[in-house]
Design a protein around this ligand. Structure first.
Ligand code: FAD
Length: 432
């Protein structure tokens, strides 16, 4: 029987080191540097590179990867425990070499890339010499990839890509983009598209504009891109022809759970601040912490965070156990659907309990509330994941054949009376 909620002492030591390192060395970077992914920024590199070296020395670099790719192959549970610390800081994932979307892009390059693709794109990505973008969503709709129209046509030895993509995060800093395009329009619905690796400098790749999310991003980092006669050699296809959906799923399963792990870090940060505030602020003669309506907010937040964390860690455990994202689809969908709600509700309570200060840019709550919407949209909106979850759940049930439900009490009572009739009669006779 193994049903254990404890962390091994040796790994706890690593977690303690990570916690202290992130609080003391990494979190301060959030306040002095610009974009964590800007590998061309000398100021960023001067501060980030030595920290990355320290992480490598400690053998904590790229912990989402197995030893074949230079990571320790910790598995998802350990990664979850780490990520809930890294989630506190904008810069921590990049300092530890496990930032999205590069982590997911590296995963599919490792899985589907040819030796040449791995050498040219994967290795520098793993070393954070470069960063990448995932270019899937289109302006006319993201939640339903079946409506995508960006196409790639084979002309001689090259693929020629035409179309527009929307919200390709970090494309302005990326060295290459992974682009999903229709290659086989007449094939079955889920076999029409393929993935391509497109070096950013390829002629015809134009960023029309960069959008910022919420109020905090002065310079946007989510690109609206036009691909106009973008020509890449045949060998730039990633994975099999018509296999874009399968390739995307390989990346999105891990990506979603990693977002959830980091979200725990953010939510706990909001919760810690909320607790500190209610103990520190007095109104109407007593601390906020002594008011029952405030206590309810603390209790609700704690329960929601703990429930969410347990679901995330159990899902991570299942991924480690089954090593097959398809077997954990239901759990990942649940985690993905729950994540924005827990994040939103706790951050909103923390904002509210800080009063006017909470609503300003001097505290992180407004940004966190907006980020909760990011978590509800990126990698597919909540509704779509709830649909997946419900469908998966319902597979384990059957419709009744009769007019009334199988648990209809009159029928159950009648069956029970029939089952025990003899024994009851014997008992009654014995007593009389
Ligand atoms: C911060 C951020 C970063 C992102 N980064 C990337 C990236 O790097 N690469 C990339 O390719 N994309 C990225 N995206 C895009 C993201 O994947 C899409 O926003 C998402 O898939 C939804 O697509 P959409 O925005 O076109 O919304 P739509 O598809 O128009 O959906 C809008 C709304 O309609 C509702 N809805 C949709 N489908 C259903 C349904 N079946 N049932 C009920 N209601 C439904 C939901 O409320 C949904 O939010 C990012 C998005 C954000 C916000």
């Amino acid at each position: 029987m193994s049903w254990d909620f404890e962390t091994e002492p040796e790994f706890q030591k690593e977690l303690d080191w990570i916690d202290q390192f992130v609080r003391e060395e990494v979190e301060p970077l959030d306040y002095v540097l610009g974009h964590p992914y800007d590998v061309r920024d000398p100021k960023r590199n001067a501060l980030v590179r030595p920290l990355q070296a320290e992480v490598r020395k400690r053998k904590l670099w790229a912990c989402h990867l197995g030893p074949d790719l230079g990571g320790p192959g910790y598995g998802q549970v350990k990664l979850g425990l780490m990520n809930e610390i890294l989630g506190r800081s904008r810069f921590a994932p990049i300092v530890f070499g496990c930032q999205a979307p590069d982590s997911g892009n590296a995963e599919i390059l490792a899985h589907y890339g040819t030796p040449e693709q791995k050498k040219r794109f994967l290795q520098p990505l793993l070393d954070n010499e470069i960063v990448s973008a995932f270019s899937m969503t289109e302006p006319q709709g993201g939640a339903d990839p079946k409506v995508f129209t960006t196409k790639a046509e084979l002309r001689g030895d090259n693929w020629v890509i035409n179309g527009e993509k929307w919200f390709s995060s970090n494309a302005h800093l990326a060295s290459f983009l992974i682009v999903m395009a229709v290659t086989d329009p007449d094939a079955k619905e889920y076999n029409r598209m393929s993935m391509f690796i497109v070096p950013k400098e390829t002629p015809g790749v134009t960023i029309l504009r960069n959008m910022g999310v919420g109020t905090h991003e002065a310079e946007g980092s989510h690109a609206y891109i036009r691909y106009e006669d973008v020509t890449v050699p045949k060998d730039h296809m990633l994975g099999p022809r018509g296999g874009a959906f399968v390739v995307a799923q390989t990346r999105l399963g891990g990506g979603r759970i990693h977002h959830a792990m980091r979200t725990i870090g953010q939510v706990r940060k909001a919760f810690d601040m909320m607790c500190e505030r209610v103990l520190s602020r007095t109104t109407q003669g007593s601390r906020l912490a002594d008011k029952q309506m405030v206590q309810e907010k603390i209790a609700d937040s704690w329960m929601e965070i703990e429930q969410f964390r347990l679901l995330v860690l159990r899902t991570a455990w299942k991924i480690d156990r089954y090593k097959d994202y398809l077997k954990v689809r239901k759990d990942i969908a649940a985690v993905k659907a729950l994540m924005p709600k827990v994040f939103h509700d706790v951050a909103a309570r923390a904002l509210h309990l800080h009063g006017s200060l909470g609503a300003t840019g001097e505290m992180p709550f407004v940004e966190q509330v907006i980020q909760s919407f990011h978590m509800g949209l990126a990698d597919g909106p909540t509704e779509v994941h709830k649909i997946t979850l419900a469908r998966q759940v319902l597979r384990d049930y059957k419709a009744t054949t009769g007019l009334f439900p199988s648990q209809h009490i009159p029928a159950l009572r009648e069956a029970a009376i029939k089952k025990y009739a003899d024994r009851i009669e014997r008992e009654v006779r014995a007593q009389s």
